[in-house]
Write a protein that binds this ligand. Structure first.
Ligand code: HPA
Length: 235
């Protein structure tokens, strides 16, 4: 079986998929965390690996950048591959001074102006909710393992480079950070009645202007992947 954007066999994709933007990060995550990991998708270089974590089948897959890209892959995983749960582990820009680099932000809801699936035309700028079941589990696991986290709403933007005042918006709407994929993931999960969660490592701060280096970014992912795997296993 193949879809317009994936060449994986249906049986090679697990019911739980953990996604990140960068295919190289996915390969590294699979090598580090999965037993018997096999590459099961390589169309357009959007790598997916399936293997075992504590004996349970899990797929790691890349989603690229922005709502349209995440929208295509999450649609195909939910609609054609029978996936039940997608957890995105990404990076995010902090929109509050007290949020530090490397902290984890768990996104209860995404505030967005995206027009993915006619969203803006129908609703204007609005919130889209993720799975509260998953986000509450993520909070519980961060508490248990003493991982520094913030739980609340984020901004999902269609722009990385923008003159729009995102810090002012964050104050107005009580938003923790900005990333670019949670809204289309949450909208597709709603459409197919599936579960989705976005959790991100703070890679930069729009307030303090501090940012992680490329190697710090690569090394700051272990905790969030462990939390995502624990959430997935608890399901
Ligand atoms: N803007 C949008 N997406 C992001 C950012 C940002 O500053 N940092 C990490 N992802």
């Amino acid at each position: 079986m193949a879809t317009p954007h994936m060449n994986a066999k249906k049986s090679d994709i697990a019911k739980v998929v953990i996604m990140a933007g960068d295919p190289v990060r996915i390969k590294n995550m699979a090598e580090k965390f999965l037993n018997n990991a096999r590459c099961v998708n390589d169309t357009r270089g959007m790598l997916a690996y399936t293997g075992l974590y504590k004996g349970k089948k899990v797929t790691f897959m890349a989603h690229g950048m922005g709502c349209p890209s995440m929208g295509i892959y999450s649609y195909e995983l939910f609609a054609f591959y029978g996936v039940e749960t997608i957890i995105r582990v990404g990076t995010i820009g902090a929109l509050r001074e007290e949020i530090n680099l490397k902290d984890i932000i768990i996104a209860k809801r995404a505030y967005t102006k995206t027009n993915f699936d006619d969203f803006y035309i129908k609703n204007g700028a609005s919130f889209v909710e993720g799975s509260s079941k998953l986000s509450e589990k993520a909070v519980e696991i961060c508490e248990k393992y003493n991982v520094k986290y913030h739980y609340g709403d984020i901004y999902c933007s269609d722009n990385f480079y923008t003159d729009f005042d995102q810090i002012e918006l964050a104050k107005e709407k009580n938003l923790l950070g900005v990333e670019m994929e949670s809204a289309s993931l949450y909208l597709n999960a709603k459409k197919f009645k599936k579960d989705a969660l976005t959790m991100c490592v703070v890679s930069d701060s729009l307030v303090t202007k501090k940012a992680l280096s490329a190697s710090e970014r690569a090394n700051s992912f272990d905790d969030i992947v462990k939390v995502a795997l624990s959430v997935a296993l608890k399901k």
